[in-house]
Design a protein around this ligand. Structure first.
Ligand code: AHG
Ligand code: MN
Ligand code: MN
Length: 333
């Protein structure tokens, strides 16, 4: 039997990375391993949700005022448990938890990282078998190691992120993560049950031909946004426009596509969400970090997302993200 020596699992890849970081303790690699483990469990449940009676609402409303689906809860529990047992994480802040959770056990208190998390993104797409995802960000805690983590550990600017990533549960399941050393994508090989390097060193193309926006909300957008959308629909030269509109309602899927192919994603403020709908801490900051590390950009229409200081865990912001040149055209338009 021929063995493909070019296969590199996430763990092997992290071990190679550590060779370039002689001071590293391996704690971040442990944490990524725990996230990957939870992702594999969630992947199994997502795959069989229709059979395992895991579709639909729980009947509960979360802190955001949104209906909680069974898989939202399941995914939240899976990541929480994996991170708590993994001992590389002092606590988490999650879309599904009103407050942050300090693991507050002697061994977890010794961890230097905290994790922010949207356990299941795009959950309205669960019941109709469209790609959904998980989003995560990793901060070095600002409070003393050895003590329980505090709210301030989670309310750091996105520019302080140590790592961020997402898992997309799609036709294939992928884990993409970014550190200051680059952005890398791993595809879950179901035959091995391992995330395997498939997309090394992802760079977001400087421009693309896709715009992603909920155009049904157009009447509520400001003139700058609508002018830009009209520009996307017009043909200005041989190569430029009209662009294709692609929008699934799963931010992970929309941003994953635009990261690989080039494009722009817009979720502006609307009357029902005057500050924007997406959450700064566990949705926008991780993606802004990934995009910046892949040479893309993300703003709230005025400021770089990564420069904003979150006022609270569930803060919402307007979010514009994608290819660098398209983001520049949006800013100038
Ligand atoms: P979540 O499922 O975590 O609440 O996030 C859903 C988000 C995001 O994934 C998506 O881009 C956006 O909501 C879609 O919103 P609209 O249906 O208003 O377009
Ligand atoms: Mn989400
Ligand atoms: Mn969610």
């Amino acid at each position: 039997m021929k063995i493909n020596r070019s296969i590199l699992t996430l763990e092997e890849f992290r071990k190679q990375e550590l060779r370039f970081l002689p001071q590293a303790t391996g704690e971040l690699s442990n944490l990524l391993r725990d996230i990957a483990l939870a992702a594999k469990r969630v992947n199994v449940e997502v795959n069989r949700a229709g059979l395992a009676d895991l579709l639909g609402e729980t009947g509960k409303i979360n802190v955001q005022g949104e209906g909680v689906r069974q898989l939202d809860e399941w995914a939240n529990a899976a990541f929480m448990t994996a991170l708590q047992r993994g001992v590389s994480c002092a606590g988490i802040a999650s879309e599904e938890l009103e407050d942050f959770l300090s693991f507050d056990e002697e061994i977890c208190n010794q961890s230097k990282y905290v994790v922010v998390l949207d356990p299941l993104d795009g959950s309205s797409n669960i019941d109709v078998n469209i790609s959904i995802g998980t989003i995560f960000g990793v901060y070095r805690r600002t409070t003393e190691k050895g003590s329980p983590c505090q709210l301030t550990d989670f309310l750091q600017k996105g520019s302080h992120l140590v790592a961020a990533g997402y898992i997309i549960y799609g036709p294939s399941t992928m884990l993409v993560y970014a550190t200051r050393r680059g952005v890398h994508g791993f595809t879950l090989d179901p035959s091995m049950g391992e995330f395997t390097l498939s997309h090394p060193d992802i760079q977001c193309p400087p421009k693309g031909r896709i715009y992603s926006v909920n155009q049904g909300n157009e009447a509520g957008y400001n003139e700058q946004v609508n002018r830009f959308i009209r520009g996307c629909q017009q043909k200005s030269s041989q190569e430029e426009g009209p662009y294709s509109l692609r929008y699934t309602g799963s931010m992970v899927a929309d941003l994953h596509r635009n990261l690989l192919k080039g494009g722009i994603f817009l979720y502006p403020a609307i009357p029902s969400f005057p500050n924007g709908k997406l959450r700064l801490v566990y949705e926008c900051n991780p993606f802004a970090f990934i995009l910046e590390m892949a040479r893309g950009r993300a703003t709230d229409g005025f400021n770089n997302i990564l420069d904003l200081t979150p006022g609270c865990l569930h803060q919402r912001v307007a979010f514009f993200a994608g290819s660098r040149e398209m983001m520049n055209s949006f800013a100038k338009n």
